[in-house]
Write a protein of this length. Structure first.
Length: 139
């Protein structure tokens, strides 16, 4: 069995964003040489997420509005976490809802997606460097 590991780095200039990272993960798969197996993609930071869904602007706007209703950024005083001097209590909750990682089957050297599925990096406390791990195992 082969194993491949790579870190993707992001420095999102805004507080929040959704970035389609499917092309970078496909590039990793090509570099790995793995034709059959599994690809794990996970956020290596507790205020960021990796998830699978459609790459459609309206849906991304809906996520933004929905997440802000669930865990509004302001007032920052509502979160006990922010008593540590930070202002990102909401980002931790948003990450919990959106998830830490995804696993995608690799079949015949391709990511085995449903029709509209793509992999996204979700940033909830940007403006600093963060990483995503891509780990691919198989033959």
């Amino acid at each position: 069995m082969k194993s491949y590991r790579k870190e993707l780095w992001f420095n999102v200039p805004a507080r929040r964003a959704f970035i389609n990272i499917t092309p970078q993960v496909r590039e990793c798969l090509g570099e790995s040489g793995i034709r059959e197996g599994l690809a794990l993609v996970n956020a290596m930071h507790i205020t960021a997420s990796v998830f699978i869904n459609d790459d459609e602007t309206g849906l991304h706007n809906d996520y933004e509005a929905w997440l802000e209703k669930l865990a509004p950024h302001e007032p920052v005083s509502r979160y006990r976490h922010n008593r540590t001097g930070e202002d990102n209590g909401d980002a931790h909750l948003k990450r919990q809802v959106m998830g830490r990682e995804v696993v995608v089957a690799v079949t015949k050297g391709e990511l085995d997606f449903g029709t509209w599925e793509r992999i996204f990096y979700g940033e909830f406390d940007g403006m600093r460097k963060k990483r995503v791990l891509v780990k691919i195992i198989g033959e």
